[in-house]
Design a protein around this ligand. Structure first.
Ligand code: 0WK
Ligand code: 0WK
Ligand code: BGC
Ligand code: BGC
Length: 904
């Protein structure tokens, strides 16, 4: 009897040992796994074998680990592990580098994971929206790093097509599509906030970056969690899928696919095949299904079912629960293997919770099964890691390598033995490598933010929160008051020049006028006829004239001779040379106005630098030039700044118009101020238009905290260093150049064009503002980028074009934001002047940047409405330029003169 029982027990024991033996891998077997993994790594890197390689070795476009110079505030998403997290990450440098993070975890219900792609991304955006509300950040357009823990074919840091879903995800209409586009579309659908998705990052890469921030030797990222995967810094010359041989790039191995070409069938057990067969993606991710948290519990369950069926466990009784897929979670493995003998009751209560009545022996066997499965998983990961570290050692031609692996994942973190076995296996299989493992404390969200910071390094300083914009608004408001104040005006940077224009057109204007429009991108001469048939109508004819560089950089007399010559030519063509028509002179520069005429130029701006004009009365200079010709006569009645001309032109159509703005070659604004506030002009009644000359804002250093190295470089290379600092940060004359300087810097850092720097790219003015507008066009922008960059000889890759588009967006967005802030200051002043709870007004606007740039106006309007919520602002584009407005002012000036003449 006893012998029969002992024999039965012994044979049962043998059967169990035989079963578990299929999970026991010898060193030889592990070395084979290592060798096979190495072969697949190489095949994944090579262009011709990549398509059939089971380890895909996907380029990540991350060229280096953090160097501690990163800083800024970023949003990060972390999707694909156990938890979906939305984070805000603040990175500071200076005293000990510090990163502060706030995050919120959101559930991804199964029906969303396995629903439609649209539902999934709408859910993600819903969570972001909730987080932004929670953080009170709905109006900040922060750059975002997206940790997306699935295999993506990336063609750039912010462009990646999902190869295939893994783990528990199976949403439709996503595989083969760009994940960043899908997120952008979902954000657009929700239309509640705007985000700048700067980078898409695999969680292994995010983990490597997070750990490399602490330990510069960290060049490998390992996830041993729901899924299993590794990335590492590979030599560019070995990555045949990407152009270039210089430096390194992080490669996302996607080793989870190892074995999909049947090269580890020798160690896969029937339980592995069961689990694979019952998974969401049979035949896929075979290595992952032997090593990761999503499947280890399932493998154990399959073994328990088999042993029970064979009467070796639970007295052969299979419960419904044990038949339930996913019921034996991997966390049970960790718990069971943590329990030593005196904690059997705990183990048994786990089995009880699964409806399994177990004996002591059962518990021992279950623990052995768990141990066998997790041990094999750790060893397999160790063998894979040994292949990676040895490859890196050989890449660098080293006999001995010291390197750190950044790790994350619940399996590695929570399982009692997994990490130790993995480390031991690496040590054994890669004896020439000293491999340290550091646990990622903060998850890969931090890493994603660091990557965004690396890319965004030169751009983060160009992003302003509403808080900062409100601060700039307050600063500008103070400057306006300084400019208006009699005693503070001399030192004020914003000169707040009185224009002697007391109101917008009142419909009584009439006459035949000539208008000169000098200072914008075109010099235009117009004939403006204002008549009163049924209603007041304006007819205009105009002609554009060259203002060659040698003229506008030559002597003042040559410049005004040129203006007089063009005027003569125009009057010739208009057959009015015999007439002495009143002339309105739109002079788009800062000048001191004395009742519309004379006008003393304070300083040239933009492209103009004619000598002998600053401090002079430009009307006198023009009259002199006209006199010198003697072939016609003109009566220059009024000098008008183009902002004033624009306000008058728009005021002709909208009586609410009381602000005029130019966002063109230069930038400036005027508005109707209460006369009692203008100390430089007598009188307290009524209003007068003030030409703010906001281009000079910051000339006293008040904007140094937001000016970047590129702004300083622009100023150093300009015609008027130290002057018009605000204008140089925002206007069309400088925007293209700002972008060029950033591109040169990023290329020098290898972040663009594989570091290629061509003479064209180094040539000032080669990258124009019209290029910025063209590149930011949503549809054909990237094609345009390719065209323009190719002309600069930098042979741009597709992701270069995306990155350049991104740089353009940041620079132009900054401009729109800054102008929204200064305009916001003018609007709140108007509101306060009117002492009304809500301001209703119209802003007349002109200028090639505002007109030509595809997104500029929308961005400006949106920010103004956020910064000055208690206002209804209509933005009225000046269709016909400031010439019409100048004619209106001239009409007055003529009337004033006539009235005056009659008095004398
Ligand atoms: C935490 C990281 C996340 C990653 C996860 C993996 O922040 O990006 O996907 O670890 O571990 P799991 O949650 O799948 O166990
Ligand atoms: C058109 C106006 C002109 C102004 C110009 C500014 O008629 O007075 O100077 O807009 O825009 P820009 O040509 O500098 O882009
Ligand atoms: C995915 C990887 C990811 C890993 C860890 C795998 O299923 O394919 O992209 O890194 O899980 O989360
Ligand atoms: C000038 C302003 C002008 C603006 C827009 C600036 O450079 O100083 O007077 O209004 O450009 O043309």
């Amino acid at each position: 009897m006893v012998t029969a029982v002992a024999q039965r027990l012994a044979s049962q024991r043998k059967e169990i040992d035989d079963t578990l033996a299929t999970f026991t891998l010898s060193t030889t077997q592990l070395q084979e796994v290592k060798a096979k993994m190495r072969v697949e790594l190489e095949r994944g890197l090579k262009k011709d074998t990549h398509p059939t390689a089971s380890v895909k070795m996907l380029p990540t476009y991350v060229y280096r680990t953090p160097d501690g110079t990163e800083r800024g505030k970023y949003l990060a998403l972390d999707l694909g592990g156990t938890n979906f997290r939305v984070l805000v990450v603040k990175i500071r440098t200076g005293m000990r580098n510090s990163v502060r993070m706030y995050n919120k975890i959101y559930a991804i219900p199964l029906e969303i994971m396995q629903g439609t792609g649209e539902e999934l991304f709408d859910h993600i955006v819903q969570c972001i929206s909730d987080f932004l509300d929670y953080m009170g950040m709905k109006n900040t357009r922060l750059p975002l790093g997206f940790t997306f823990s699935f295999p993506c074919n990336q063609t750039g840091i912010d462009k990646g097509d999902l190869v295939s879903w893994t783990k528990g995800f199976k949403a439709t209409d996503c595989e083969g599509y760009d994940v960043v586009d899908m997120l952008r579309e979902a954000i657009k659908r929700r239309n509640e906030f705007d985000l700048d998705i700067v980078a898409i990052v695999n969680d292994t890469v995010g983990t490597m970056m997070t750990c490399a921030y602490e330990d510069p030797k960290c060049q490998i990222g390992l996830i041993a969690g729901t899924g299993s995967n590794v990335c590492y810094m590979e030599e560019m010359k070995n990555i045949e899928l990407v152009e270039g041989d210089e430096g390194q790039m992080c490669v996302n191995t996607e080793w989870g696919g190892f074995g999909e070409n049947d090269n580890i069938e020798d160690i896969r057990t029937r339980y592995d095949r069961e689990v694979d067969g019952g998974s969401l993606n049979p035949g896929k991710q075979r290595f992952e299904k032997m090593t990761s948290g999503m499947y280890l519990g399932e493998i154990v369950r399959q073994i328990l079912i088999d042993l029970t069926k064979r009467g070796l466990l639970f007295r052969g009784r299979i419960t419904e629960r044990l038949k339930t897929k996913g019921i034996f979670e991997t966390k049970f493995l960790s718990q069971i293997e943590r329990y030593s003998s005196h904690l059997w009751h705990k183990l048994r209560s786990i089995l009880q919770s699964l409806g399994l009545d177990s004996t002591c022996d059962d518990s021992i066997i279950v623990k052995e099964v768990c141990g066998a499965v997790s041990r094999r998983a750790a060893q397999l990961c160790g063998a894979g890691m040994a292949a990676i570290v040895d490859k890196i050692r050989e890449n660098r031609g080293l006999d001995h390598l010291e390197i750190t692996v950044g790790v994350d994942g619940t399996l590695y973190k929570l399982h009692p033995h997994f990490s130790t076995i993995l480390k031991d296996t690496v040590r054994e299989l890669a004896p020439n490598c000293k491999v340290d493992f550091i646990l990622s404390e903060d998850g890969s969200g931090k890493g994603a933010a660091l990557i965004t910071a690396v890319i965004d390094k030169y751009l983060y300083a160009m992003r302003f929160s509403d808080e900062t914009l409100r601060d700039i608004m307050a600063r500008f408001r103070r400057e306006m008051e300084n400019g208006l104040g009699g005693d503070t005006n001399p030192t004020a940077t914003v000169k707040m020049l009185p224009t002697f224009v007391r109101s917008i057109p009142d419909g009584s204007e009439k006459g035949d006028f000539i208008a000169l429009d000098l200072g914008g991108s075109n010099f235009r001469i117009l004939r403006v006829k204002v008549s009163h048939e049924k209603k007041q109508t304006v007819q205009m004819e105009s002609q554009i004239y060259e203002t060659p560089e040698d003229i506008i950089h030559g002597s003042g007399s040559r410049l005004f001779d040129h203006v007089a010559e063009c005027l003569g030519d125009f009057m010739e063509k208009q057959k009015i040379k015999d007439k002495k028509l009143p002339v309105g002179f739109t002079f788009s520069f800062p000048y001191l106005d004395f009742l519309l005429n004379p006008a003393v130029l304070l300083t040239w701006t933009k492209r103009f630098k004619a000598s002998g004009v600053e401090g002079m009365d430009v009307v006198k200079l023009l009259n002199k030039a006209i006199k010198k010709r003697g072939d016609y006569d003109a009566d220059i009645m009024a000098v008008v700044n183009d902002t004033v001309g624009t306000m008058m032109t728009c005021g002709f159509d909208d009586q609410r118009c009381e602000v005029g703005i130019i966002i063109g070659t230069g930038t400036n604004a005027c508005y109707m101020e209460e006369l009692r506030h203008i100390d430089m002009v007598e009188g307290d009644e009524g209003r007068m238009c003030i030409n703010t000359e906001w281009g000079a804002f910051g000339d006293d250093g008040t904007l140094e905290d937001i000016r970047t190295e590129f702004d300083r470089e622009i100023d150093r290379g300009s015609l008027n260093p130290g002057k018009q600092l605000f204008e140089k940060m925002v206007s069309g004359m400088y925007m293209g150049e700002l972008v060029r300087l950033i591109l040169v810097k990023m290329a020098k850092e290898g972040l663009l064009f594989e570091g290629r720097i061509t003479p064209e790219l180094l040539t000032k003015g080669k990258f124009e503002t019209k290029h910025v507008s063209a590149i930011e066009k949503s549809k054909e922008g990237l094609t345009k980028a390719k065209e323009i960059l190719t002309r600069l000889g930098v042979e741009p890759s597709e992701d270069d074009c995306i990155a350049v588009q991104h740089v353009c967006a940041i620079v132009s967005f900054r401009s729109a934001n800054l102008i929204a802030a200064t305009l916001g200051a003018i609007l709140t002043r108007l509101k306060d002047n009117k002492n009304s709870p809500r301001l209703r007004t119209t802003v007349g606007i002109d200028g090639s940047l505002y007109k030509m740039h595809p997104q500029y106006s929308r961005r400006l309007h949106k920010t103004v409405r956020r910064l000055v919520p208690e206002s209804d602002v209509r933005f009225l584009l000046s269709e016909s330029g400031s010439g019409k407005g100048a004619a209106m002012v001239t009409a007055w000036a003529s009337r004033l003169q006539n009235a005056f003449m009659h008095h004398v």
